[in-house]
Design a protein around this ligand. Structure first.
Ligand code: AMP
Length: 328
């Protein structure tokens, strides 16, 4: 079936390996003939935790370089900045009228943000999933490739679309999620993130840097000495990533060696770092080529913004009509 694919990432800095595996690698996969792909950088979402306007401006351009280096092709995907389409925040306002507040306060990503930024619980954090629903419903996406952490947010968008359609008549497409979503653990075993936890692996890191980062990865805490037998299922940050990046034969050897106590955690981590570095090499080569091509990236954003706006404007026009808003 032909799909309309939509996804985005906040412009909070360079991508980490969790974004790469959990999100961007899938974005690339969907660029097949017949699919319409829209991928954006969520600069408006970034404002909820804004620290520096200059950084935001710069991160937006750098993230598009990451997108393209990872395989997104401006000829096959519409690549744009969320802020290029003012109809998105407008749609978010309309949708907010249909969204009970209580659900928003129970969303796990909101609770996580409150924990991380207890002194900055702004209204934008609370309404974040409604803006995200506008991102998704505006282009009438049929499929939203995201990491596992975003499931409740996409569910909320689905409910909002259903509620709106029930009240005002068929307007929105109810989007689906991918069948297999993943959660890449960070070095501390929690979800890899761009946060203060400092648990992420930068996708631009050299193989030595990746190896050094993984040296501090939390493994099976019961395997204390090198030759103690371990249990891969208890390993918090290394074996779960082997599952995502390492070939089956090598992975079985690792499991056997770990359980027998013949494979140390350091050796296991080095194998993982080597596999990650190998996986990232083509990305890093292309990324280096794009490093100085800011003008090209601005053209991509300009063109993508215009194209995305055409699609989203159409939906928002219909929503206005359904809700009785006439613009004089
Ligand atoms: P964010 O970095 O929060 O803007 O997330 C951007 C995209 O990357 C979303 O689709 C997330 O689900 C995905 N993502 C972020 N961190 C991870 C992770 N540790 N594992 C898998 N996917 C992730």
């Amino acid at each position: 079936m032909k799909q309309r694919i939509l996804s985005g990432i906040r412009a909070t800095g360079r991508l980490h390996f969790g974004n790469f595996l959990g999100a961007v690698r899938n974005f690339v996969k969907y660029q097949t003939p017949g699919n319409v792909c829209l991928y954006f950088v969520a600069d408006l979402h970034t404002l909820t935790t804004l620290e520096s306007p200059d950084e935001l401006r710069n991160n937006l351009v750098e993230m598009v370089k990451d997108y393209i280096a990872a395989g997104l092709d401006p000829e096959r995907s519409i690549i744009y900045a969320q802020s290029s389409v003012p109809e998105i925040p407008e749609l978010s306002l309309y949708l907010s009228m249909m969204q009970p507040l209580g659900d928003l306060q129970r969303i796990p990503t909101f609770k996580e943000m409150v924990k991380k930024h207890p002194n900055n619980v702004n209204l934008g954090l609370v309404t974040y999933p409604v803006l995200m629903a506008a991102d998704i419903l505006g282009p009438r996406a049929t499929l939203v490739p995201v990491g596992e952490d975003q499931v409740p947010n996409v569910e909320l968008a689905r409910h909002l679309a259903g509620r709106f359609n029930n009240k005002f008549g068929e307007t929105f497409v109810i989007p689906e999620m991918m069948e297999q979503m993943i959660r890449v653990p960070g070095l501390d075993g929690n979800k890899m993130g761009k946060s203060e936890a400092d648990n992420a692996v930068d996708i631009n890191a050299s193989s030595d840097q990746i190896r050094d980062r993984y040296r501090r990865g939390v493994t099976d805490t019961l395997k204390v000495r090198m030759n103690d037998p371990g249990e891969p299922e208890r390993c918090q940050s290394v074996f779960p990533v082997h599952r995502l990046v390492t070939g089956e034969d090598e992975r079985s050897e690792i499991e056997v060696g770990c359980r027998a106590g013949t494979l140390s955690c350091v050796a296991c981590k080095d194998k993982l770092a080597r596999n990650i570095a190998e996986l990232l090499l083509p990305f890093q080569e292309k990324r280096a080529d794009l490093a100085s091509k800011d003008d090209y990236i601005r053209d991509v954003l300009n063109d993508g913004g215009k194209r995305a706006r055409v699609v989203i404007k159409e939906t928002v026009g219909l929503v206005r009509e359904r809700m009785g808003i006439v613009i004089y």
